[in-house]
Design a protein around this ligand. Structure first.
Ligand SMILES: C[S@@+](CC[C@H](N)C(=O)[O-])C[C@H]1O[C@@H](n2cnc3c(N)ncnc32)[C@H](O)[C@@H]1O
Ligand code: SF4
Length: 439
């Protein structure tokens, strides 16, 4: 117990030190403030293009490991949510104007719960209201992919579809409380693969309780045999506010966990590479020649819906997580922002670097274009050190993360981002309108 306390203290100290170095502030604090329409219009003056994230916060049942904002699906609630979302779209029409929307992602929760209770209405309203210059990337649940639903999904304009498969072994599907068998989910994925989507992604969670290396090998091979275009392989993250996170209090075996995950990831990488896949983000492996399924790709974006987050250069703001409160606020004032934070240039640069590395490569000229500064002058010594350690390759004009670097980014994500996410999302799911959240 005393050792666990000490480890937590040391971890917090390291987190704070890294955070201070990259943000320049003691602590990042989000406060209950809503950027006005006037402020947003002014920001959009020099935003040439943007992305849109749309959150569908409904699921038919909850999985014990899941950190995302969600409530139980109810058709009546979904209809009210549709009206509220349309109001939020209307709010942004005058702010965004005709600027091209070049990336559109529908996530959840489970977007496919609303396929017949509002989704078409929402998407049509978006395409009428904004200058949409992209096709849709959407998440889906395996149990929602019969032929009728697949036809609806395609007719929405979804070209990139992700399926939350999670495991191809019944005992692990049981642990995760997923409501299907391996045989059923394999049939579903094979059906989806033949439907003409530009990219079909399968989500896969590894390092499940008691999972063996032989099981990882078998699952990796079965994944590539499914005929899909992409696999997103995540280690099981234990968010402290989820059921699984509460049950799995730190067992003091962080180092063993790190090495086990690393070995599992190596097994998967080997199988994916020899089967013609390449790494396209920290988590994702995509078949060569296929354009990847991914979340919003442009650096600046707005988030619609309960828990939608927006990042517009020097401000980040977040809608309330509570669906009833989101609907009520939209009806009352047309806004549902719960928290926001103004970002210094140092924070913006740190955030930019984090997300570009997450995509495993970036051009130095993109940094210059965004911040009018030379990246080597700001982060040169870090780039040099990490290149020396073999974590990245500095190719002069471009920086590329190596497989070794990717693994350590995994570990960093587990250590760092999960702490931030747990504070922000954990507080927001308990309290619809927090006064402040300190990260
Ligand atoms: C919103 S869900 C996908 C769509 C749908 N709701 C479903 O579950 O099929 C997003 C994905 O995040 C991943 N995920 C969720 N919780 C996770 C956790 N604790 N650790 C690792 N991956 C997780 C899963 O792979 C999941 O498919
Ligand atoms: S993993 Fe998917 S289905 Fe399960 S609770 Fe999370 S969003 Fe819902």
């Amino acid at each position: 117990m005393a050792i666990t306390g000490l480890v937590l203290m040391v971890n917090n100290y390291i987190r704070k030190k890294i955070s201070r170095r990259f943000t320049g502030v003691e602590q990042m604090v989000l406060e209950a403030r809503t950027p006005s329409a006037g402020e947003l219009i002014a920001k959009f003056q020099d935003i040439p293009e943007l992305g849109i994230y749309l959150h569908i916060p409904f699921c038919e049942q909850f999985c014990p490991y899941c950190p995302y904002n969600k409530e139980l699906y109810h058709p009546e609630l979904a209809r009210k949510y549709t009206l509220a979302l349309k109001k939020e779209i209307d709010f942004y029409v005058n702010i965004i104007g005709k600027r091209p929307v070049t990336s559109f992602y529908i996530g959840g929760g489970t977007p496919t719960t609303m396929l017949h209770t509002g989704m078409k209405d929402i998407v049509e309203h978006m395409y009428k209201s904004f200058n949409m210059r992209c096709s849709i990337h959407m998440e889906s649940h395996p149990n929602h992919l019969d032929q009728k639903n697949l036809d609806s999904i395609r007719s929405l304009g979804v070209k990139y579809l992700s399926i939350g498969v999670e495991s191809l072994q019944d005992r692990h599907l049981n642990t995760l409380k997923r409501p299907y068998t391996t045989e059923e989910v394999v049939k579903t994925v094979k059906r989806v693969s033949g439907q003409g989507f530009d990219c079909v992604n399968v989500d896969f969670i590894f390092d499940l309780p008691g999972q063996t290396y032989a099981e990882i090998e078998e699952a990796g091979q079965n994944l590539v045999n499914l005929g899909i275009n992409q696999v997103a392989a995540y280690p099981l993250f234990r968010f402290p506010y989820t059921q699984l996170g509460k049950e799995a209090r730190s067992n003091g075996r962080a180092v063993q966990t790190m090495f086990r995950r690393r070995r599992m990831l190596r097994i998967l990488e080997k199988i994916f590479y020899r089967s013609g896949f390449e790494r396209t983000s920290v988590w994702a492996f995509t078949r060569q020649g296929v354009s990847k399924y991914c979340s919003v790709t442009v650096p600046l974006y707005i988030g619609l819906g309960a828990s939608g987050g927006s990042y517009l250069k020097d401000v980040f703001y977040l809608n309330t997580f509570n669906v009833a409160e989101y609907i009520r606020a939209m009806e009352k004032s047309g806004r549902a922002t719960a928290l926001s934070i103004d970002l210094t240039e140092k924070m913006q640069m740190g955030g930019w670097l984090y997300w570009r590395i997450y995509e495993t490569r970036f051009k130095k000229s993109d940094f210059k274009e965004r911040f009018h500064k030379d990246i080597d002058r700001i982060y040169g010594r870090y780039l040099k050190t990490f290149a020396f350690l073999g974590y990245l390759k500095d190719k002069g004009k471009e920086v590329v993360l190596t497989d070794k670097g990717t693994y350590w980014l995994h570990a960093f994500e587990d250590f760092f981002s999960i702490d931030y996410i747990s504070k922000l999302w954990g507080t927001s799911s308990r309290n619809p309108w927090p006064e402040r959240v300190a990260l």
